[in-house]
Design a protein around this ligand. Structure first.
Ligand code: GLY
Length: 395
């Protein structure tokens, strides 16, 4: 405890000395030239210090009024903040982060019986999943298995998929979004933990259905595919968060690349590996991908180069490509992931030290069509950044 106080006092002193002699960024008064590693440590400290509150879990920072947008446990992003603390614990070995991660994780437990969302993977696997992996706590395992059981109630065997959303039920009979691939990790792990193959089989069925219907010839993906529930036929392919139905929404591409890389990990199905590669190649070779590796929020926004970018898409893809590199040996994948980590070390992306908000990175775009969370720090951008950092170190 004493040692960490001394460490942070020295860190802040160093930062202050550097700040006194450096230029300021005009947009946000960002002191530049501080060591980025020190700055990242300060960001971690702000996350550790953020007051525990079961109904106010940090999700994003609204630059317009400088407020932290906080959510209850039933929000799809609720598991990321505890997940971030678990990953920082893994990166630093500091017990204080473990203790805090346990505190925030406990708030998510009530969602294990929430059958109204497909996002239980994000919510419970980022929190309890990391907690179980890092501590072996059997109570965490029990919660993971209960939530997998709840998630499995959303499976429809005529469609061969989990239902994604319940809203818009008057126009969408059975919507499935590409993002839903991410929630399969909870099911795959539940089988690994329990030996009950039901979860694994549902995840495989879902991945196969998405593989058949979500992807275009060029490897990009639609956002939403709507099915009928009698025959499981495709009714329409549309978007909810992209620029238009035929565009390549950057984070949607990221979920697809990550989703099929992760599904290959559990199944060794080469069709999944092939899709992960094809989607990664579409993304990496897209003429609109910026040289620093951070994509515009949608590859087809006609406002490019004046469109907002999406750091979260970059961090999701970076994390996925460290893993995909391991399966393919394709050095282009590793090079992209390392480039993103290099880019995100810069003062353009790391939040300034004096900003006491529980986030690390700026410039994610949440929901462009709704003009919500535009070009802001968002909790899941940080989560996949931390995961990519760990993967870059071989964890
Ligand atoms: N539905 C998750 C996302 O906004 O990417």
């Amino acid at each position: 405890m004493k040692r960490s106080i001394v460490f942070f006092a020295l860190l802040l002193l160093g930062a202050l000395v550097l700040m006194s002699s450096c230029k300021m960024d005009s947009k946000k008064n960002v002191p530049i030239a501080i060591s980025m590693d020190s700055l990242r440590q300060v960001r971690y400290q702000h996350m550790l210090d953020y007051p525990l509150d079961s109904t106010a879990i940090p999700r994003s920072l609204n630059w317009a009024d400088s407020t932290v947008h906080r959510v209850a446990s039933n929000d799809w992003t609720s598991g990321f903040f505890p997940g971030n603390l678990w990953l920082i614990y893994e990166l630093t070995g500091r017990e204080a982060f473990k203790k805090r991660a346990m505190g925030w994780t406990a708030f998510i437990e009530r969602e294990k019986r929430n059958g109204g969302t497909h996002d239980l993977g994000f919510m419970l696997f980022c929190s309890f999943g990391n907690g179980y992996r890092l501590t072996g706590n059997s109570a965490y395992k029990k919660t993971i298995l209960e939530s997998a059981k709840t998630l499995s109630t959303r499976f429809n065997s005529a469609v061969g998929s989990l239902r994604s959303w319940d809203f818009n039920a008057d126009i969408w009979e059975f919507p499935v979004i590409v993002d839903n691939m991410m929630n399969l990790e909870l099911l795959f792990e539940a089988t690994r933990m329990s030996g009950d193959s039901t979860f694994h089989n549902m995840a495989v069925a879902h991945a196969n259905t998405t593989l058949r219907n979500h992807f275009r010839e060029d490897g990009s993906s639609y956002h939403v595919v709507v099915y009928d529930t009698l025959k499981g036929a495709v009714k329409e392919k549309v978007t909810h968060q992209g620029f238009n139905d035929d565009s390549a929404w950057a984070r949607g591409q990221a979920w697809g690349i990550y989703g099929y890389t992760m599904s290959y990990r559990y199944t060794k199905n080469h069709a999944y590996l092939a899709q992960a590669r094809k989607s990664a190649d579409f993304y990496l070779h897209h003429p609109k991908l910026r040289d620093d590796g951070v994509p515009y929020w949608d590859f087809d926004d006609p406002a490019i180069p004046n469109a907002p970018r999406d750091v979260s898409a970059a961090t999701i893809v970076a994390s996925a490509l460290f893993e995909l590199y391991g399966y393919t040996g394709n050095t282009e994948y590793k090079a992209y992931a390392e480039k993103v980590l290099g880019t995100l070390k810069s003062e353009q992306y790391l939040l300034p030290s004096e900003r006491e908000a529980p986030f690390i990175l700026d410039h994610s775009t949440g929901n462009w069509p709704k003009k919500s969370e535009m070009d802001e720090p968002i909790v899941y951008g940080d989560y996949y950044y931390l995961e990519a950092l760990l993967r870059s170190k071989g964890n």
